[in-house]
Design a protein around this ligand. Structure first.
Ligand SMILES: Cc1ncc(COP(=O)(O)O)c(C=O)c1O
Length: 461
């Protein structure tokens, strides 16, 4: 049943009066007349309250893998609700979590065979970091608490996950743990501020990692956490060999390596996980979320190695429990959705599909570099970023105001042309559903081009 215009107006009133959204613009709270109201979706398209069709450029929030409106997922979820709608994994286990855990363990690198399910990405990161803390306490090294992470990294919104996230704007207003957290440079050659080659820059980053470990004392460092390709930080593809060299350095000091694959996992880069398949890295822990259920229902988790667990279990853990968990840890309905998504990815050969269409996607996007407002185009797999440069003509006093204004302008025109881009300040990030076809890639790029051109024309008027 479709809602009529009156209900849509009522809905916006209620939105303004009763909702607080993530990253809400507080000075405009309750006065919003521009956030789109999305009412339905199918395949790679969303439809707003005017039934305006929008190609979903960001793929929800980096999470829409198999496309909207999948009957298989609806059937699996509905059957699971009728069979077993909830089970507390604090005290029982159930078949859906064991099936999904076994499948995930079968595609993780090395001996990452044990899965802890959470409710999303932030809780996956939080629980993984707390497992590392517990491990050091059990091993009699409670001083080993320091965490290495990177500027521009994003790992989530719980206190600890936010503490290891390095996006300046997000950190400035809320408190975070600063005592045990150390930020390394983002592996972003374009922002490195010097005329370096990629190799030189990579050497610099590894030297910085080494010297940071030395200054803290290797025996005080708990773990290193990194996204293989930074997502929310602006799709930063690191220099070749950077991930592998970081991993080798970290492991040479006996430090735990956590790969945050909340975005890069479940096919975004053409593999179940990118760490080993693309970057030749075998982490101790991999976090995942988003794509595991293709965004349909909340689920996340981490896979941890048998090696790490052997040190903190059985005779090595006398008197200890793992004191972490959530009411919805391994919720059966979420796991059923995860299994349905898994089957779609396998049956429709979506990993192979991504590897096939990604070069075309990246290549077509490079064509946007010729447009006046486009400063940089970068990406890997089905992740990409178009960085816009604000000319002086854009209103706003500070550089940041101008960047926001430009991002909003491009967003506004793309929306009119039928494309959601939702820029992060001045960077349009793209991570379309994995099912996207070559024709739909053409459509996405031509709508984005039209949106950027219209924004540019509006500035020169
Ligand atoms: C790399 C990464 N880790 C963790 C998170 C947090 O995930 P969630 O929003 O599901 O809590 C995100 C979210 O965008 C992410 O990009």
């Amino acid at each position: 049943m479709r809602d009529g215009p009156l209900l849509h107006m009522k809905s916006r009133d209620n939105f303004n009066q009763h909702l607080l959204h993530p990253w809400a613009n507080l000075p405009a709270l309750g006065k919003d007349d521009s956030t789109p109201q999305i009412c339905r979706a199918e395949g790679v398209y969303l439809y707003d309250n005017n039934d305006h069709q929008l190609l979903d450029g960001p793929g929800g929030m980096w999470c829409m893998q198999v496309g909207y409106g999948r009957q298989e997922i609806a059937d699996a979820v509905s059957a699971q609700i009728m069979e077993l709608g909830y089970a507390s994994t604090f005290s029982v286990f159930h078949p859906r979590e064991t099936e999904l855990a076994q499948k995930i363990a079968s595609v993780t690198p090395g001996d990452l065979n044990r899965i802890f399910f959470t409710t999303g990405g932030s809780t996956a990161v939080d629980a993984a970091l707390r497992l590392c803390q517990l491990a050091n306490n059990i091993k009699g090294k409670p001083h080993r608490k320091h965490i290495l992470c990177r500027h521009k990294g994003y790992h989530g919104s719980t206190y600890l996950a936010a503490s290891v996230s390095g996006k300046e704007r997000d950190k400035s207003a809320m408190d975070t743990d600063t005592e045990n957290v150390h930020f390394l440079s983002a592996p972003d050659l374009s922002q490195s501020g010097q005329n370096r080659t990629e190799e030189d820059f990579c050497d610099f980053l590894i030297e910085e990692l080494e010297s940071t470990i030395a200054s803290i004392g290797a025996d005080n460092v708990m773990c290193f956490i990194a996204e293989p390709v930074m997502g929310s930080g602006g799709v930063i593809v690191p220099p070749a060999d950077y991930n592998r060299r970081c991993w080798e350095t970290v492991k040479s000091h006996g430090i735990i390596y956590i790969a945050d694959e909340v975005v890069t996992g479940f096919g975004r880069l053409g593999h179940w996980f990118a760490s080993e398949a693309i970057f030749d890295v075998r982490p101790d822990i991999i976090t995942f979320a988003k794509g595991v259920t293709s965004g349909y229902v909340p689920l996340g988790g981490f896979a941890v190695s048998d090696t790490v667990m052997a040190e903190i279990s059985l005779d090595n853990a006398d008197g200890y429990i793992f004191p972490t968990g959530y009411t919805w840890s391994a919720n059966p309905v979420s796991c059923a959705a995860g299994l349905a998504v898994w089957d779609i990815i396998v049956n429709e050969q979506l990993l192979e599909h991504v590897r096939e269409v990604a070069p075309y996607f990246q290549d077509k996007l490079q064509g946007l570099l010729e447009l006046p407002l486009v400063k940089n185009v970068r990406g890997l797999g089905l992740m990409a970023a178009i960085e816009l440069e604000a000319p002086d003509a854009v209103t706003g006093n500070t550089l940041l105001d101008r960047d926001y204004a430009l991002g909003e302008l491009v967003d506004h025109y793309c929306y009119q042309f039928g494309l959601i881009v939702r820029p992060l300040i001045n960077v349009c990030v793209l991570s379309p559903p994995l099912i996207i076809t070559l024709e739909q890639i053409d459509e996405l790029v031509s709508k984005l081009k039209a949106g950027i051109e219209a924004a540019h024309n509006s500035l020169s008027r």
